[in-house]
Write a protein that binds this ligand. Structure first.
Ligand code: ZN
Length: 120
């Protein structure tokens, strides 16, 4: 179970199993504890959740974060699709302009660089 636990949204640390408790319905639930980050040099670096205890089901329930991860994954896939198409366009354009000096090629290379990628 601990391998599937979400990290702390503030410091990224993994929570530790901290036994069990009962919820308001009387059901036994897993409980997690945020470890103290003793290696923090000053109090400013200590995670505000250090030492706190959370019901595991509440800790794992992050609909906004899950939605953002899904959206990020979709955007990465879309970006890879765009880069793939741009790569095909560049390959095709190189057959007509082997030195890549045309205005169209410059725009494509500029767009790719703007995205933080590089096509040689
Ligand atoms: Zn933390």
């Amino acid at each position: 179970m601990t391998d599937l636990l979400k990290p702390c949204p503030f410091c990224g640390v993994k929570l530790e199993p901290f036994g069990h408790d009962r919820n308001t319905a009387g059901e036994v639930i897993d409980v997690l504890r945020h470890p103290y980050n003793d290696d923090a040099e000053t109090r400013e670096h200590i995670c505000p959740l250090s030492g706190l205890v959370f019901p595991a089901d509440k800790w794992q329930n992050r609909p906004i974060e899950d939605k953002l991860y899904a959206e990020n994954e979709k955007l990465k896939n879309d970006l890879n699709s765009v880069l793939s198409v741009l790569g095909e366009i560049v390959d095709e354009a190189r057959t007509q302009d082997p030195f890549g000096n045309s205005e169209g090629m410059a725009l494509i290379f500029g767009a790719i660089r703007l995205l933080g990628y590089n096509i040689e």
